[in-house]
Design a protein around this ligand. Sequence first.
Ligand code: ATP
Ligand code: MG
Length: 428
Amino acid sequence: MPTPKIYPRSEHSVSRSQISDSALKVLNRLDRAGYKAFLVGGAVRDILLEREPKDFDIATDAHPEQIRELFRNSRLIGRRFRLAHVRFGREVIEVATFRAGHEGNEDGASIADTGRILRDNVYGDIDEDVWRRDFTVNALYYNISDYSIADYVGGVEDIKHRRLRLIGDPAVRYREDPVRMLRAIRFATKLDLQIDDATRAAFDSYGMLLSEIAPARLFDESLKLFHSGNGLGTFEALREFGLFEYLYPLPNQSFIEDEVAYNLVVAALRNTDRRLAQSQSVNPAFIFAAILWGAMVKRRERLIDEGMHESEAFRLAADEVVSEQVKNVAIPRRFTTIAREIWFFQARLAKRTRKHAENLLEHIRFRAAYDFLLLRAQAGEPLVELGDWWTKFQDVDGAGREAMVAELRSPSRNRRRPRSRRKKANDS
Ligand code: ATP
Ligand code: MG
């Protein structure tokens, strides 16, 4: 029987004031009903790292039906992991029953020949549950009955030294669930932790298992990766550790062949990170448009070389690239539709008569398409002048617009902006 190190309340920094009222309600009610109740996972980790938790996960020995009975505002979800969601207004508290390992062939658990966990609904106690968790820093249990922290895996020390360490043998744990590799990168980047050597070395051997993961799950994980607030850092780490290619094979190839395609994603993620830092909204379609842009352009060029008409090549290239991508990452149609609109809009932005330009300004996709154009310019496409033009066109009044359009037709324009200068401005 493994014995945990118990940190009493006086030896750790997790205080009830940092736990949401809703989470405290759930913990206390479970406790009063005679169940064990612990705050676990990201919340304990984040508080110890002096960050504000994103959400609160709770672990208990109460079974899902018992949780359901205790909380009228709860429902049971999940198949792979059955758990309860307790809802308080907009806040959802996730309550999971302790899980046991799946040695042997107990009812409720299921493992594929490859070692992958398919179902995991064998209930156990805390000292079994802990080994099911991914990283030591995610496996700390804050006990509501005495406010202590139970640490079976050295997670408190790892937090102190800012280490991200997988629990157990990486070969086994990544085969059980390859998505843990993506989680490693997400946590390391977001929380500024150093990935432990063994945890990281195993990426090389098991990264390819990511291509077997359900595309819908990889989409969910992609959203978290790119919208963590440090999407750029996460993207660069995914590439550095050789995992990006298993999620986005076509884009990855396009980055190798074309620096501009890569720079566009960097610019888009930097933009997303900045918007999130300022609590502005972000539309995921935008990032996917950027990631797939280079692959789409390359495909379009090939089709045009083969003799296809330009606009048809554009459409077909978009179709093909999107349908190949969703085999790995199931980007929902509501996002790919917007991504395509942003792409097709790019050609329309090149046409600058007053009427046409003013119509475009009214279009619901104008803002995103214009932002995308600026990012392409930043990424090194020769579009700085066009981007500046659109920036100014939105600012000036009717007479100003008339003048801008007239200036485009004026022969003096080329004298004032010689090609060589324009080129230079584009490089910046
Ligand atoms: P976040 O801040 O993103 O919510 P988190 O650590 O709380 O981080 P969740 O996805 O909410 O992550 O999961 C809660 C906990 O469940 C984790 O801390 C971890 O202990 C466990 N867990 C989640 N996913 C896995 C997995 N794929 N393998 C093993 N344990 C997992
Ligand atoms: Mg969580």
